[in-house]
Design a protein around this ligand. Structure first.
Ligand SMILES: Nc1ncnc2c1ncn2[C@@H]1O[C@H](COP(=O)(O)OP(=O)(O)OP(=O)(O)O)[C@@H](O)[C@H]1O
Ligand SMILES: Nc1ccn([C@@H]2O[C@H](COP(=O)(O)O)[C@@H](O)[C@H]2O)c(=O)n1
Length: 240
């Protein structure tokens, strides 16, 4: 039996869309890349697109809370992202911003930019076009199962206890000082509150999403669980 057609089901031939939504730091990016690699699927990081839009806003010295100016600035920006799990390609007007989008200034301002309805319309249209060009794809974000791809093959909503998420993010950044870990936890809480309470496409699980709690699972365990769910979803589709 090949590695990709393992005990979790015959997944090498997966065709369809898997959505992975959830709060910040629950492991969406790492898990989505792992699932895409296992299934031989494309991968789309929609958060990277909102982060790239935020770079455009900051570079134009526009106030991220000024919705009209934000909408105009993002409409004029050319935002490009790749869909390969193994490479991170993020460009704004042809300039590589893949490293910059992970910086503190972008992270602090991205929720305000992503709450602007015109920005969401623009990027959702682009996301759907990117997905339409794939046969199999894992898409991660906040509103993928609810708004972007309501008919996806499988919808997963990933959660984890807030203190566990803060510890993992601290590990990722090499932070050990308890006061700095507490500050990270507060940043995650603030961003989740902003993303969950906005009027347009708030963060929430789709009604038909499977909730996967990763608090007590390692990364590989979460990938295995989602690959297993994908095999069941494809099987259920074949029977219907
Ligand atoms: N199940 C897990 N067990 C332990 N560590 C994990 C697990 N899942 C992810 N991680 C680690 O947690 C950190 C955060 O993961 P990741 O960046 O994928 O989260 P995210 O949900 O995409 O975050 P954000 O929404 O802020 O972009 C990473 O260092 C990742 O390796
Ligand atoms: N579908 C999405 C994806 C992301 N956002 C916003 O972008 C921020 C950054 O996302 P990361 O996954 O890269 O951390 C996030 O906090 C949201 O404000 C979104 O609105 N919709």
């Amino acid at each position: 039996m090949s590695e990709r057609a393992s005990s979790t089901g015959s997944t090498a031939s997966f065709r369809g869309q898997i959505t992975l939504d959830g709060p910040s730091g629950t492991g969406k990016s790492s898990v989505a890349r792992g699932v895409a690699a296992r299934l031989g699927a494309a991968y789309l990081d929609t958060g990277a697109m909102y982060r790239a839009a935020t770079v455009a806003v900051l570079d134009a010295a526009v106030d991220p809370e000024d919705a009209d100016a934000v909408a105009r600035t993002v409409a004029a920006a050319r935002i490009e992202v790749g869909t390969e799990a193994g490479t991170e390609l993020v460009l704004v007007d042809g300039v590589d911003v893949a490293a910059r989008i992970r910086g503190a200034e972008v992270t602090r301002n991205v929720s305000a930019v992503s709450a602007v309805p015109a920005v969401r319309r623009q990027l959702v249209e682009q996301q759907r076009a990117l997905v339409a060009a794939t046969e199999a794809v894992v898409v991660e974000g906040r509103d993928i199962g609810t708004v972007v791809l309501p008919d996806a093959t499988l919808k997963v909503y990933l959660t984890a206890a807030p203190e566990v998420r803060a510890e993992r993010r601290a590990g990722q950044l090499g932070i050990t000082d308890p006061a700095e870990v507490a500050a990270l936890a507060e940043d995650l809480r603030r961003r989740d509150e902003y993303d969950s309470s906005r009027a347009d496409s708030p963060l929430r699980p789709a009604e038909d999403a499977v909730v996967v709690d990763s608090t007590d699972l390692d990364q590989q365990g979460v990938v295995d669980r989602i690959v297993e769910l994908a095999a069941s979803a494809v099987g259920a589709g074949d029977r219907s």
